[in-house]
Design a protein around this ligand. Structure first.
Ligand code: SF4
Ligand code: SF4
Length: 186
């Protein structure tokens, strides 16, 4: 990108907004690349996590939000634990995912749909419920069950119970979701 195009693409309020929402000081990043070096998803990313951090620092909003990496991130927090400046990089990635949804820049709809289906089961039962995730995903995408051959073994070993197990304190989990939904709306 040449300098003129770069200047035009910069949104100087973007970095501040990401810092406020994630609670992280992004000026502390000095591009050492340790987050990228430890990231288990680096091989499939279209933009490395340290490049995303740099894009945010420079106010390159589209670069930071319009990529598949945000949706391939495993939220494993390896990047956060490796950062020498104690930046919770995984929290920044989470913030960017949320922003990408708000801005309509999701780059991988099936992953986002799977993610929504998973979160629905956590919201209603307090934990993951595999059959519910699959049913939600198939209903939303109108796709069939891809790995149907593993079903008999998984059912036999009780890896996919028919009845969801609901945790105590499910209401508290539901309240966390409500707080998040209120924040998304505001
Ligand atoms: S949280 Fe995401 S970006 Fe960070 S190391 Fe894990 S997969 Fe990579
Ligand atoms: S590890 Fe921390 S300082 Fe190094 S590039 Fe990643 S975010 Fe920046």
């Amino acid at each position: 990108m040449n300098i003129t195009r770069l200047d035009k693409a910069r949104d100087l309020s973007f970095k501040r907004q990401v810092e406020e929402e994630s609670g992280q000081n992004l000026s502390a990043c000095y591009q050492c690349g340790k987050c990228t070096a430890g990231c288990p998803s680096a091989g499939v990313y279209d933009r490395q996590v340290s490049q995303i951090m740099r894009a945010v620092q420079m106010g390159l909003k589209e670069e930071a939000l319009k990529n598949r990496s945000l949706w391939l991130c495993l939220s494993c927090s390896t990047c956060s634990s490796r950062c020498p400046n104690n930046i919770d990089v995984a929290a920044v990635m989470e913030t960017l995912r949320s922003m990408a949804r708000r801005e309509g820049w999701v780059q991988d709809r099936p992953i986002e749909t799977f993610w929504k289906s998973f979160l629905d089961t956590v919201k209603y039962t307090g934990r993951s419920y595999e059959l519910g995730v699959m049913a939600g995903f198939m209903a939303r995408t109108l796709r069939g069950w891809g790995n149907v051959e593993i079903a008999p073994k998984a059912l036999q070993k009780n890896k996919m119970p028919f009845i969801p197990s609901v945790i105590q304190g499910r209401e508290e989990v539901a309240r966390i979701f409500q707080r998040y939904a209120d924040k998304e709306r505001s």
